[in-house]
Ligand binder design. Structure first.
Ligand SMILES: Cc1cc2nc3c(=O)[nH]c(=O)nc-3n(C[C@H](O)[C@H](O)[C@H](O)COP(=O)(O)O)c2cc1C
Ligand code: SF4
Length: 582
């Protein structure tokens, strides 16, 4: 009820400030035209000399960007200084207010749930001033936890006990080891074939008919692995259909879901598999440029992929069967620390050097994507699956998994499992098999699993026998497979604290575009904090309104998805949580 009231109020306010309906419409149109103009101004220089990487090179001194540098970037790209400043200051690793950090402690869910992070912070505190220690949401070391980032490298597990050696330069890198095991087809975790196999495959692909390549993708039934499960064939077909002077394939490697490290695995261990997927999607759709946008929290992945991209790029142009030269160039771009850049429209704005706020759709990226050109944005694992489809054919791919969820799925298991690590299973595999047979059971009693990232459902331990690893099983039980990271919540860990962590994460990562998420996440966090400090008992009606406003009023799934795990917690664990509510 309050949600509708707020919506009406907002519209009235808009009317009040714009005075007339015509001005209201004009206002909306102007905002959209302005962003279109900014997009095409930034697009004049394209990826070759993109504004985002220039922003990334801005250095904050004494808590502010150098105004001369900001002005010269604004002049070069014909945009205002506010556009440059507004974009750069958005990112955790660029924001002047957060400069001066020398080490970053992981605030990701796995590290928090492990109970080891306080000790890490304590030990870091012996070598660094408080102001020098930053926080980062998830370094993808969820299999070991106790993670931190120092001098361009990530560390976890016992590394914190080697801090003095790391600081003295005696050791700069410690091995990151975890099992990567398959149960079933194992297409993504089998031994890397070596670059020459993928390069040969690309030579064959350019000789093939685009529509036949597309037909195989359709036949495979593959659905996107980034969370929403959208059919890849439909997306690629839409880009192929568009007529444009430039088209793009964007690989979304901003794997920000705390608990997930399967994209990191592919980028570090199977870079050619991923790059093949991008180039293949380019050949299929007629896109000539690819962008691999990798989160800054994965420095090793960035280095590995940059080297591999040089090899793949050197192969092009390749002659097609009609004698036409097929070109494709991959740019590997380092992100700058913002979870919301995993959302595809925010990612595109980020690459354009604009403030990475979520955009309304339509228009969809397949028609109006990067710099306004047709663009397929796909997850790392989705694109990595194009090689198995190409090699075995769409029908063989479809033969693995379930009717509507074909192929395999990578899963990330956190440090509470006896055998934490990365596992690949055929879609349709029982969750219990994953927990007991692959993960080897739990080190301590667990009451719930948070599966599919922060916006995924909270699955109580007793429900795990009812689920299988596929989109339908999770959806029909009102959960979400998402990117299929599995975080365990120990029986001893207070759920109220975990809910507060989820609200804090959303408040930190909200892009601020819509008020339910921008304001609601912070208010929710405050309520949960106060309830734990015994300052108040949460009013149930107010809480229900807050969740409903988030769910129905948010522009994207960050705000809109937050209520799912919260509602799961309230309905499955009332005896634990009732005490905090009126
Ligand atoms: C808040 C938010 C964060 C997201 N983060 C990611 C991400 O890190 N990686 C990803 O592939 N998709 C992410 N997505 C989904 C993307 O918007 C998009 O659906 C996906 O990249 C499409 O690729 P796919 O079809 O291959 O799954 C996110 C979505 C939202 C709403
Ligand atoms: S829900 Fe949050 S992250 Fe998504 S558009 Fe709204 S403010 Fe931005």
């Amino acid at each position: 009820m309050q949600f509708y009231f707020l919506k009406i109020l907002l519209t009235l306010l808009e009317f009040y400030f714009c005075l007339t309906f015509e001005q209201y419409i004009l206002n909306c149109t102007l905002v959209s035209t302005m962003s279109k103009n900014l997009r095409s101004l930034s697009g004049r220089k394209g990826m070759e000399e993109n504004l985002f990487e220039h922003l990334s090179a801005l250095e904050a001194k004494e808590g502010a960007f150098d105004p001369t540098e900001v002005q010269s970037l604004a002049d070069k790209y014909l945009v205002g200084t506010s556009t440059v400043h507004g974009a750069a200051s958005f990112y955790d690793f660029l924001n002047p207010a957060k400069s001066g950090k020398k080490v970053f402690s992981c605030s990701g869910s796995a590290c928090q749930l492990s109970g080891k992070q306080a000790e890490v912070d304590n030990k870091l505190g012996k070598h660094f001033e408080k102001s020098e220690i930053g926080e980062v949401y998830c370094l993808g070391r969820c299999h070991e936890t106790a993670a931190f980032h120092l001098n361009g490298h990530n560390y976890s597990g016992v590394a914190i006990d080697h801090l003095e050696q790391l600081l003295s330069g005696e050791k700069s890198v410690l091995p990151d080891t975890y099992p990567a095991i398959a149960l079933g087809a194992g297409w993504l975790t089998s031994a890397e074939e070596g670059p020459e196999h993928y390069l040969d495959a690309l030579k064959v692909a350019v000789q093939s008919d685009r529509n036949q390549l597309l037909e195989e993708v359709h036949r495979s039934g593959i659905r996107g692995r980034g969370g929403a499960g959208f059919p890849l064939g439909i997306k690629l077909a839409a880009v192929l259909k568009e007529k444009a002077d430039r088209k793009y394939i964007v690989c979304n490697a901003d794997e920000g879901d705390p608990g997930a490290f399967s994209d990191r695995y592919l980028l570090e261990e199977k870079p050619y598999l991923v790059l093949f997927g991008m180039a293949y999607a380019g050949i299929l759709t007629g896109a000539t440029e690819g962008v691999l946008y990798i989160r800054a929290e994965y420095p090793e992945a960035i280095e590995i992929c940059k080297k591999a991209a040089l090899v793949v790029n050197a192969l092009f142009p390749l002659p097609s069967s009609t004698g036409e030269q097929v070109d494709f160039k991959i740019y590997v771009v380092k992100a700058q620390g913002a979870y919301i850049c995993g959302e595809e429209t925010a990612l595109l704005s980020s690459l354009e050097g604009l403030r990475p706020e979520v955009r309304t759709r339509p228009p969809f990226p397949v028609q109006y994507g990067l710099f306004g050109k047709p663009t397929a944005v796909n997850n790392v694992e989705t694109l990595a699956n194009l090689y198995p489809i190409f090699k075995r054919g769409g029908a063989a791919f479809k033969g693995v998994g379930t009717e509507r969820s074909s192929g395999t799925k990578l899963l990330s298991l956190d440090s509470h499992f006896n055998r934490p690590g990365l596992y690949e299973v055929d879609m349709g595999t029982p969750l219990q098999t994953v927990i007991e047979e692959l993960g080897g059971g739990m080190k301590q009693p667990v009451k719930a699993y948070h599966i599919g990232g922060p916006l995924g459902g909270l699955v109580p331990a007793f429900k795990t026998t009812e689920l299988t690893i596929d989109f339908e099983s999770f959806a029909s039980n009102s959960f979400l497979l998402g990117h299929a990271s599995i975080l365990s919540i120990p029986a001893s860990y207070p759920l109220i604290r975990y809910l507060e962590h989820l609200f804090a994460f959303t408040a930190h990562e909200s892009c601020g575009k819509c008020f339910p998420c921008r304001i609601g996440s912070t208010r929710g966090k405050e309520l949960l904090q106060k309830a734990q400090d015994n300052q108040l008992k949460i009013d149930r009606e107010l809480w229900t309104d807050l969740l409903e406003t988030l769910e129905k009023g948010s522009l994207c799934a960050l705000g809109g998805g937050l209520p799912l795990p919260v509602k799961n917690a309230l309905s499955y664990f009332p005896e634990e949580l009732n005490a905090y509510f009126k």
